[in-house]
Every structure is written in C-alpha cells, then in structure tokens.
Design a protein around this ligand. Structure first.
Ligand code: CA
Length: 225
C-alpha cells in the first residue's frame, strides 16, 4: 500500500511516516503544498490513500484536495487538522475528503481510520490466504499452517500485494509503485531479492514455490488454492 503524506511540520511528518513504514506502507512525504500537489498529480494511480495537512505553506490542504478530486473521485483522503470547529470540518469534507483527524492524535487512531477507508476501497477484506499461508492486515501478522512467521516491512508489503491480487500477474513496475516509495533508486533487482526472502520463509519444502515467476513480467500467486 502506498501513501502520500503532505505535512509541513517535520516532526509530525517523521512520526507518521515512520509509524506507517513499520506497518509496511510505502510513504511519500511532501513538506509544502506545491510539492504535495505535484506528487499527488504525478502519482495518483499509485496512491492507495492520501493524508493532507490542512494548513500548509504554498497551498492549503483544501486546495490540494479539490485538485485531487478533479482527477480522481475515489482515492481516500484524510485531513490532519488543528482546526476543529464544526464549520471547518464540514467545509473540509465538502471538498471531497473522506475523514479528518484533529491534532494531536494518537498514531493508532490514524491507523484505525486509514484501515476503515482502505477496507471499503478494497472490498472489506482483512485477511488474505494462499493454501496454509494467511496474512492479516489488521493485526499485521502472517502465519503458515497456523504458526507465526516473522516478516520485515517490505516482505509483508510484497506478500500483501501478491495475495490481494491472487490469480493476477503483479508486474514489476506495479510492485515497485506499491511496495517502495518515491526515493527508490529503480534497481528492480531488489524485487527478486525480496521474492526469494518470501519463498525461503513461506514455501513448503519439496513443493514448487507458492510464488510463480513470470519471466520478463513479474510474479503471481495462483488463484486455485
Ligand atoms: Ca501545517
């Protein structure tokens, strides 16, 4: 899952970005309004959710939200705001945001709101399975045959992407867009490294890998189990 965070206060931006990365989100951070708008419009199809500070230098979160909604009606947008009068909140939601969070907020609260929006955007599903492998987005746990398996953030994000798209080819470009952020240096060999990590941790010995290699295209987890 890839998230855009537009927030000018560095401490808050770092706090949110680090928390989300621990939850295996890829996070792009913009520190002012114009940069936020540029990133949003350049990468809209890649973002699964957008977090917008309300008061930003250069351009307000409201203006960015309006511009996003012109291009994309569905990507979930959450405002992060110190403004808390009812009028402001109504105004914020009228611009097309899905939810808002008043600063200061607990990270867990942000995560919970994000999960609700992401769930309705992707069909209410929290757990994804293949054979005896199960991934739970909410608890951020993976098990094989009921036994917990420790995955790194990127391993988890990659497995989540593959399982969400079971039966479909995950192209290499899409994997990069969804699992890595904008600072990624575009050496896609890193994908193969992480696929191998997943295979080592989750394949059943003596059986073909649960992840199929589609030569020149990407990877796929079959739909038939
Ligand atoms: Ca601000």
């Amino acid at each position: 899952m890839r998230v855009l965070l537009v927030e000018d206060e560095t401490a808050i931006a770092n706090f949110i970005a680090e928390g989300l990365e621990e939850e295996s989100f890829a996070v792009d951070v913009a520190h002012n309004g114009r940069e936020g708008l540029r990133l949003a419009l350049d990468n809209l199809p890649e973002y699964d959710l957008i977090l917008l500070d309300w008061m930003l230098p250069g351009m307000s979160g409201i203006e960015i939200c309006r511009a996003i909604r012109k291009e994309n009606k569905t990507v979930p947008v959450i405002f992060l705001t110190a403004k808390d009068t009812v009028d402001d909140v109504v105004f914020g939601l009228e611009t097309g945001a899905n939810d808002y969070l008043r600063k200061p907020f607990a990270f867990e609260e942000l995560l919970a709101r994000m999960r609700v929006l992401l769930r309705s955007a992707t069909g209410e599903q929290n757990t994804f399975r293949y054979a005896d492998i199960e991934l739970d987005v909410e608890t951020h746990r993976v098990t094989k045959a009921g036994i917990p398996v420790e995955l790194t953030q990127k391993e988890f994000a990659l497995l989540e992407l593959l399982l969400r798209n079971k039966g479909k080819a995950c192209r290499r470009t899409r994997i990069i867009e969804k699992v890595w952020d904008i600072n990624f240096d575009h050496d896609t060999a890193v994908i193969d490294v992480y696929i191998n990590f997943l295979r080592k941790k989750l394949d059943t010995p003596g059986q073909p890998s649960f992840i199929q290699t589609l030569r020149g295209i990407g990877y796929r987890v079959n739909d038939d189990v």
